[in-house]
Design a protein around this ligand. Structure first.
Ligand SMILES: Cc1cc2nc3c(=O)[nH]c(=O)nc-3n(C[C@H](O)[C@H](O)[C@H](O)COP(=O)(O)OP(=O)(O)OC[C@H]3O[C@@H](n4cnc5c(N)ncnc54)[C@H](O)[C@@H]3O)c2cc1C
Length: 450
């Protein structure tokens, strides 16, 4: 008799930790993900700013699971799930496949939300994937390059960097662009001083890092401002294009900021697969498009389907790595208890292990329960924990080496950029979905008529 087959969608924290938690279970596991690697998203901003390479934070999933004999890894984009027939429909470019399951764990994460202004994405990429981080690296460094021969007005626009969203990612990005401009690129240009670049961190909220509370928010803002980041709070982006962005302030005034390089770090939108699941099961979606799951993380009428991590709306569980890891381990436990006919583990309970964000070199903030850490101690704790959670021994060593180079010398070893990084996403979008398979098969592809 074939063994119980568990299909997992996604190789992020949710997908990978679910697969690992099933290592000793009497099941076959098939993990399907649209990328070959397990991405450590918390360090994406360091790839975007040239400190780390993509490989440092994204080891191949199949390498991580190579000793787990009951697990198989497939590279594919899941387009659809047929809940009634228990089939996952997926494809590698134009090669369409179907995989049946007995149990399904969906951990497809979340994308960037532009709050209904999807056209902003053309000019202000978000940061969710390696592709995003490499595109941003290219946009940031090309702005400095172009400024070398631009007119004074255009140079001002090129050297104004705006990061939208003052959560941990926005704070980290703004701090790193500032350090890139002030330290790493110092003396590299002849017609201007890179330190003259403006870095603006902008948010509609009243403080930076809202989930960290007012005290740590104020401390973070102070450090950022000391570094030279302009923090603009209670400011909403109402329009954004190639030239810059329009911002409405708390007093109702409107300002246009000329800026060539914009980074969007403002909102999340649950995976599109959430809609497919909701339509077929009657599960609700919250405002961010995340699937509202039951106490055991399954969906209505389908106890064999678990939705977890960033794409699930679970009361009291933030969209952080621990949320995905703990929900993944829990789903695996429920599944095993059902197969073994042992008591189920009861409803899912989240253990908050705290949050942290780096602001600059040797400076971070951390909130662990009632304890607030700042400065070097928080930074050292951040360093240690991030190193601990990066998958792969090689990756830990290369990351440590790159950090050593940057922290000791301010140099960065990943400053190479290419035109493909800059325009690849936009070119593929223009050619339409399903174009990439045709491209590498040498077929003619014309953009769809508007
Ligand atoms: C820039 C950034 C910084 C962050 N910093 C922190 C931090 O400091 N601390 C912290 O705790 N958390 C942080 N987070 C949040 C944390 O990374 C997420 O909560 C966590 O990754 C969620 O895990 P997940 O498995 O649910 O989703 P993800 O990690 O996003 O994984 C989703 C997986 O699904 C795959 N996938 C998606 N759609 C499909 C499809 N249709 N078909 C096949 N595969 C698909 C993706 O390729 C990916 O493998 C950060 C996130 C970002 C973006």
């Amino acid at each position: 008799m074939p063994r119980h087959h568990v299909v997992i969608i996604g190789s992020g924290f949710g997908g990978l930790f679910a697969a690992k938690a099933l290592k000793r279970a009497d099941v076959d596991v098939t993990l399907i993900a649209r990328t070959t690697s397990h991405l450590f998203q918390p360090l994406l901003y360091q790839v975007a700013t040239g400190m780390l390479s993509a490989g440092d934070i994204a080891p191949p999933t199949r390498e991580i699971l190579r000793h787990q004999k009951n697990a198989r890894v497939l590279l594919g984009l899941v387009d659809d799930i047929d809940l009634a027939n228990k089939v996952v429909k997926w494809r590698f470019h134009n090669d369409f496949q179907e995989t049946s399951y007995d149990s399904l764990i969906v951990a497809a994460g979340a994308g960037q939300s532009y709050f209904g202004n999807d056209h902003f994405a053309t000019f202000a990429p978000g940061m969710k994937t390696i592709d995003d981080a490499l595109e941003l690296r290219s946009r940031i460094l090309q702005s400095f390059e172009l400024a070398e021969f631009a007119s004074p007005e255009e140079r001002r626009r090129l050297l104004t960097f705006v990061v939208v969203g003052a959560g941990p990612t926005g704070v980290e990005m703004a701090g790193q662009i500032r350090e890139l401009a002030s330290s790493t690129l110092r003396e590299s240009f002849r017609s201007y001083d890179p330190a003259s670049a403006r870095v603006i961190l902008l948010d509609g909220a009243k403080q930076v890092l809202p989930p960290f509370g007012p005290e740590l928010g104020a401390k973070t803002q102070k450090v950022l401002e000391k570094l030279g980041v302009e923090v603009q709070l209670e400011s909403i982006v109402t329009d954004l294009d190639n030239e810059g962005l329009t911002v409405r302030r708390a007093d109702g005034s409107v300002e246009h900021i000329e800026s060539a390089c914009k980074v969007w770090a403002a909102g999340v939108q649950g995976s599109e697969l959430g809609k497919t699941i909701a339509e077929q099961s009657g599960a609700e979606l919250d405002r961010a498009g995340r699937v509202v799951v039951g106490d055991d993380l399954s969906i209505p009428g389908h106890p064999e389907v678990f939705v977890l991590g960033d794409m699930a709306a679970i009361p009291g569980v933030p969209g952080v790595a621990q949320g995905a890891i703990q929900s993944a381990r829990y789903a695996a436990k429920v599944l095993i208890s059902r197969l073994d006919h042992t008591p189920d583990p009861g409803p899912f309970r989240y253990k908050d292990k705290g949050s942290m964000a780096t602001i600059a070199k040797f400076d971070a903030v951390a909130l662990v329960g009632r304890f607030k850490l700042t400065g070097f101690i928080a930074w050292a704790a951040w360093l240690f924990l991030h190193l601990l959670y990066i998958a792969g021994f090689k990756q830990r060593i290369t990351t440590l080496l790159s950090w050593f180079i940057t922290f000791v010398s301010n140099g960065r070893s990943q400053l190479a950029v290419t035109n493909q990084m800059m325009v690849g996403r936009l070119a593929l979008e223009k050619l339409g979905t399903h174009s990439s398979g045709k491209l590498f098969q040498g077929e003619e592809v014309t953009p769809p008529k508007e």
